[in-house]
Design a protein around this ligand. Structure first.
Ligand SMILES: Nc1ncnc2c1ncn2[C@@H]1O[C@H](COP(=O)(O)OP(=O)(O)O)[C@@H](O)[C@H]1O
Ligand SMILES: [Mg+2]
Length: 316
C-alpha cells in the first residue's frame, strides 16, 4: 500500500521524518490498570427544564479500564458525557477527575486536564485534510505562544535527526538553530501521521475530511481525540452505522487504545459488542443507573434484560 503522493513539501518532510519516527512516542505514561479511581460521577442530577436527563447518577471510572456506558435511547448517556466534558453543568452533584472537581469547567480546560471525547454525530473540520484535523488535536499540546509562533522567536539547537537534508538549510539550522514552533509543528505532523496509521486510515491522510468514507471519519475523530494525549478518552457510539465486521475491527482498536495506556469510556448501543470489549459496564435507563458490574453480571441482570435487551435471548 503506497502513501498518497501529492508532491508537497509537507509530503517530503513526512518521508524524512517517517524514517526516524519513534513508534513508542504515542504511548503515554500512566500507572496501568491499577484499579484506582480516575473519574468519579458523584450523585449527579441534570435537568433540562422539566426533563430529568440524569437522576442521582453515581459511578466511577478506574484507571486503565474499558468502561461501557449503555442504555436505551434517551437514557442519558450522551448527557453524561456532556456533563463530564464541560458542555453542561450538573444541576446537582459533583464530577471529580483525579480528585479535582471539574463540573462546570470549560470544555477546553477539561481537555487540557486529560479528558478527550468523540461525538455521537461526527464533528470534524470538513474542509481540512485528515492529517490537519489530527494536527489540531496536537496543537492543543503546543507550548509556543501566538507571537512566538508568528515571529519564530524561540530557537533551539535541533537534534541530529531534526536537521534538514538540504545542505544549505542544514548548515543554517546548525548555526542558528530551528524555531521551537517549527520543531513542534514537525513533531505534530509526525505524530499525526502515526495516529492516522494507528487508527488505520493513513492511506488517506491528505484527503479532505468531508470526502472520507463514513468509517474513516469515525476513526479520524478518534485519532484527533488521541492527539490531545488524554488520560481518559470517551467515545460516544463510535460504531454507530458500522456493519458487523467494522464493529469487530473497532472493538480491536478500542483494546489497542487501552493497551497504549489510556482509560476508555465507551457508549455503545450494541449490547453484544460491549460485552466483548469492556471490563465493566454501567447501565442507564430514564436517567437513572439501573445496573453496574462485569459484562457477565450485567448481561444476567433481570432489570437490564427488561429495560435494554427486551428479550432474555438477546443477552447471550
Ligand atoms: N440540550 C437538551 N435540552 C433538552 N433536553 C435534552 C437536551 N439534551 C438531552 N436532552 C434530553 O435528555 C434525555 C437524555 O438524552 P441523551 O443523553 O441524549 O440520551 P442517550 O444518549 O442515552 O440516547 C432525553 O430525554 C433528551 O431528550
Ligand atoms: Mg446519545
Amino acid at each position: 500500500m503506497s502513501e498518497p503522493t501529492h508532491g508537497s513539501t509537507v509530503e517530503q518532510e513526512e518521508v524524512v521524518l517517517k524514517d526516524t519516527s519513534d513508534h513508542d512516542e504515542i504511548a503515554i505514561e500512566t500507572t496501568g490498570p491499577d484499579g484506582s479511581v480516575l473519574l468519579e460521577v458523584d450523585h449527579v442530577t441534570l435537568r433540562f427544564g422539566g426533563v430529568v436527563a440524569l437522576n442521582d447518577v453515581n459511578f466511577q471510572i478506574r484507571r486503565g479500564e474499558i468502561l461501557g456506558l449503555i442504555g436505551p435511547n434517551g437514557a442519558g448517556k450522551t448527557t453524561c458525557f456532556n456533563a463530564m466534558t464541560g458542555v453542561y453543568t450538573p444541576t446537582e452533584g459533583k464530577i471529580r477527575f483525579k480528585g479535582t472537581e471539574i463540573a462546570g469547567t470549560k470544555p477546553h480546560k477539561i481537555n487540557q486536564l486529560g479528558i478527550a471525547r468523540t461525538f455521537q454525530n461526527i464533528r470534524l473540520f470538513p474542509e481540512m485534510s485528515a492529517m490537519e484535523n489530527v494536527m489540531v488535536g496536537c496543537d492543543a499540546r503546543h507550548k509556543t505562544s501566538v507571537p512566538g509562533a508568528l515571529f519564530r522567536i524561540y530557537r533551539q539547537r535541533p537534534k541530529e535527526e531534526e536537521l534538514p537534508d538540504n545542505g544549505i538549510r542544514r548548515a543554517f539550522a546548525k548555526v542558528f538553530g530551528i524555531s521551537r514552533h517549527t520543531l513542534e509543528e514537525r513533531a505534530g505532523r509526525r505524530r499525526s501521521m502515526e495516529l492516522l496509521r494507528f487508527v488505520g486510515i493513513a492511506d488517506r491522510a491528505h484527503e479532505l475530511a468531508r470526502n472520507l468514507p463514513y468509517g474513516y471519519q469515525r476513526r479520524l475523530e478518534i485519532a484527533r481525540a488521541l492527539a490531545t494525549e488524554p488520560e481518559l478518552i470517551c467515545l460516544d457510539e463510535p460504531a454507530a452505522g458500522f456493519n458487523p465486521a467494522e464493529k469487530e475491527d473497532l472493538m480491536g482498536l478500542i483494546r489497542r487504545i487501552r493497551d497504549l495506556g489510556h482509560t476508555v469510556l465507551v457508549i455503545e448501543h450494541d449490547m453484544k459488542l460491549v460485552l466483548g470489549v469492556t471490563d465493566r459496564i454501567v447501565v442507564l435507563e430514564f436517567g437513572q443507573k439501573i445496573a453496574e458490574g462485569t459484562p457477565d453480571e450485567v448481561a444476567r441482570n433481570p432489570k437490564v434484560i427488561a429495560a435494554y435487551l427486551g428479550e432474555p435471548d438477546d443477552a447471550a
